[in-house]
Design a protein around this ligand. Structure first.
Ligand code: OXD
Ligand code: MN
Length: 641
């Protein structure tokens, strides 16, 4: 234990007196660094830690090294304090139950701070409420932080997490340091990112992403915790300051609100860095696909939350001889190399997957990945020390089940066993189909980009854009049935352009222009596709079997990215469709392929109208003219159906 730094105790006066001599106000007290050596850190990182320490007033500081021992000791402490419990049915797996008020990303409390509002969000049409993100002024941000953070870590430990997004030292990787008072966050960040002190050296005096997170429950507590899960749900705020590459998050311990490497860094701040530096930070899975003749390609795919990205990334193809391997299931950072190839990395190190619906049938590889070293949150527990959730098994487990709400659960129960946004958090390296190149320092070459959504009506199984610009329009026009990953209710069809609506770090109109600008002479532009596994027939049943059978669609996409696929398309008003026999349906049984590819005129007239209204209302003056042109071209083609 090192007692070294002098710190002041009057939080409010401190805030006002930043920069004054420590001895000039308040009385001195010592700063306890219980693990790691603050003096060895690059000076800018040390100043960042000291500045936030003065604000949050933790009892002690622990600089994480990401080691096995450190992890074990944190898990043991959490277990002792009733924050998690072991799941003896598996190997080193843990169960956490949150306060039921802290279960999902809180989009309404997620803000971006820029000098002007227009940098963050397009100005909506007068009288319309903007839905493309939330802006907070620099002054309001300062006030909001001042209202929440002074003394927020009293009685707790401030953990300093040096982490890498992407392989340590990789050419596309970026680094961050997260300060947090949550041990659950440290344990989860260790799975989801690469925690290592090497990051301090790699950052040196370069810029890094500064992350501050507090659950907002200083000790002694003012009110008892629910499920021993500290949080301050009524005052949650997740803030991003792109100019300072700084993320500040308060009040929630859960998922994207607290594991700041994921949505906050890799997508929101990441997209602003990518905009500046000329690359793409996207809400996309990355998969490798190998044909029976041994040819391999990589595909990136964007789907809104809870559309089965993880399932697709880990798919077991039903088509004989084909292999799919997983590079990532949620986020892709993609950059054109000097040869003009788009290369992608998965900046993450683990999967934070939605549990319900994951089964040996839908995603055997995810289940196998989370049998060890996994933290489960808000799933149901079984009396034999295992986990359970809706859609896990055909039959409920033996023994008794306790729901995420800590209530006895049976198949007769009216409430779900697991929360719809309950999660497994497991190391990517454990995935049986992890791609051998998943940690490649320069990324994997991308041949195709897929957009998709849950569209019960009208949208064909797959179509291809006429060109890059049309593909950008297709991404901009994406819509999908809503998800459990955020606070929305019901099953409305929501606009979710590029599956990035909750994750844009800057003005969506500027983002579209950035995508258009990617198309440059000498570059090998990936082909762009749109898929919909979720079309329903008159009987309200899914028309396409999905899951491993989606390999039949991937086969067509694969072929289309080389000359052997030249003749496999026919033109339609919305894009290229596969020729009637181009998708292999052998052994599929009864599937209405005509129905799956029909393009109903009324539906598409309504769809173009909905897109027009959305662009006018939400993107307004910031819509790039080329995207507006694509919409009017689509409309005139649809009118001729
Ligand atoms: C996620 C999400 O958790 O998209 O991946 O919400
Ligand atoms: Mn996601």
């Amino acid at each position: 234990v090192k007692f070294r730094y002098i710190r002041l105790t009057k939080p409010n006066s401190l805030l006002l007196n930043v920069g004054r001599k420590a001895t000039s106000i308040g009385f001195a007290r010592s700063l306890k660094v219980v693990h790691g050596d603050l003096d060895k850190l690059p000076s800018q990182i040390k100043s960042f830690i000291l500045e936030k320490e003065k604000l949050c007033l933790p009892d002690e500081i622990h600089i994480c090294d990401g080691s096995e021992n450190e992890n074990k000791s944190l898990l043991t402490q959490m277990q002792k304090d009733g924050e998690i419990k072991p799941l003896p049915k598996y190997d080193n797996c843990w169960y956490a139950r949150t306060d039921p008020k802290d279960v999902a990303r809180v989009e309404s409390k997620t803000v971006i701070t820029t000098p002007t509002e227009r940098e963050t969000i397009p100005k909506p049409r007068p009288g319309v409420k903007g839905t493309l993100g939330h802006w907070m002024s620099p002054d309001d941000l300062e006030t909001a932080i001042g209202d929440r953070f002074p003394g927020c870590m009293k009685g707790r430990t401030m953990y300093v997490i040096p982490f890498s997004m992407g392989p340590v030292g990789g050419s596309i990787s970026k680094y961050g340091v997260q300060l947090t008072d949550s041990r659950y966050v440290v344990a989860s960040m260790r799975v989801m990112t690469r925690i290592t002190p090497k990051v301090f050296d790699l950052i040196g005096e370069d810029t890094f992403v500064k992350c501050l997170h507090s659950v907002g429950c200083p000790l002694p507590l003012k009110a008892p915790l629910v499920n021993n899960w500290p949080c301050d749900p009524s005052r949650v705020l997740v803030t991003h300051n792109p100019a300072k590459t700084e993320i500040v998050s308060y009040g929630s311990g859960y998922g994207g609100n607290s594991l700041l490497g994921k949505k906050c860094f890799a997508l929101r701040i990441g997209s602003t860095i990518a905009h500046r530096e000329g690359w793409l930070a996207e809400h996309m899975l990355i998969l490798g696909i190998t044909s029976p003749s041994g040819e391999k390609k990589y595909i990136a795919a964007a789907f809104p939350s809870a559309c089965g990205k993880t399932n697709l990334a880990m798919m077991e193809p039903t088509l004989p001889g084909w292999k799919v391997e997983c590079v990532g299931d949620d986020i892709a950072w993609m950059k054109f190399d000097t040869e003009g190839r788009l290369r992608a990395i998965n900046p993450e190190n683990g999967f934070f997957g939605v549990a319900p619906g994951t089964s040996m049938k839908t995603n055997p590889n995810a289940l196998k990945t989370c049998m060890s070293n996994t933290v489960f949150t808000n799933v149901a527990e079984t009396s034999d020390g295992g986990v359970y959730w809706e859609g896990m098994d055909e039959t409920p487990p033996n023994g008794t089940v306790t729901s995420w709400l800590n209530e006895p659960w049976t198949t007769e129960s009216t409430k779900p066993a697991a929360h719809p946004n309950s999660r497994f958090c497991c190391p990517a390296s454990q995935c049986p189909t992890i791609d051998p190149n998943w940690e490649s320092h320069d990324g994997v070459p991308i041949d195709a980009i897929i957009f998709g959504g849950r569209r019960p009506k009208g949208v064909p199984l797959v179509y291809e854009s006429f060109n890059w610009q049309h593909g950008v329009f297709i991404g901009a026009a994406m819509r999908s049935e809503s998800t459990a990953a955020a606070e929305h209710k019901g099953k409305a069809i929501m606009h979710d352009p590029f599956a990035m609506r909750p994750f844009f770090g800057y003005n969506f109109g500027h983002y579209l222009q950035h995508w258009l600008n990617m198309d440059q002479a000498g570059r090998n532009m990936p082909k762009i596709f749109h898929v919909n596994w979720f079309r329903k027939g008159e009987d309200n049943k899914f028309m396409w079997p999905g899951f491993g059978e989606n390999s039949r669609v991937l086969e067509w996409i694969f072929k289309r990215t080389s000359s052997e696929g030249n003749n496999l398309v026919r033109e339609s008003p919305i894009g290229y469709l596969p020729t009637p026999d181009a998708i292999n349906t052998s052994g599929l049984g009864e599937v209405d392929m005509n129905g799956l590819f029909s393009i109903p005129k009324d539906f598409w007239l309504d769809e173009t109208e909905a897109i027009r209204k959305y662009f006018d209302d939400q993107v307004n003056d910031d819509l790039p003219p080329k995207v507006a042109q694509e919409l009017s071209d689509l409309k005139s083609r649809v009118q001729k159906i």
